[in-house]
Write a protein that binds this ligand. Sequence first.
Ligand code: NI
Length: 195
Amino acid sequence: MKAVPFSFRLDVPDFIPSAYDNHITRTLTAMKGQFLDQAAYDHMLAQVDSILYEVYEIRRPENSGEVLHGISIVHPGKIGDEYAMTKGHFHSVLETAEVYHCIKGHGYMVMESPNGDWAVEELRPGIILYVLPCWAHRSVNVSPDEDLITFFAFPGHAGHDYGTIEQRGFRKLVVERDGKPAIIDNPRWVQAETS
Ligand code: NI
């Protein structure tokens, strides 16, 4: 079938795309082992397996000439002192970048590279963030009551590696301290084996 150019709209207040191919929801269960406060996680999960974040994907062929894109919505909330966040990932093809455009809310992008660098960048409406090739990335919603909504775009052949982060975690966490977001070292972070 012949492809034709296409577009979609993002309208206030919810910024759900007017057209999309796939809607992914991630619940507490999908984040098992990722939050620092395991007791708080277990307690929340025992009540309800609530949706932490959602992704609306515009599907394109997964090759290097394409740009995969969509909308990410992280709902507000805390698990213990830790803010709601996405699983986070490296790209399977490590040397691929990603662009994020924050549309709504208040959050942070937590990033790190395999050779020890890390960065945490604030996300507010209007901010456009460039995630460097090779850097893992996770978005965190620090608002008490508002969704964090971002548009993302990355090379079509990049793929997702969730397993590395599931095993090691991120070096840095975003938690609430004295009513404000704070960046702390992740005490459970696992150093990658070097050969
Ligand atoms: Ni990505």
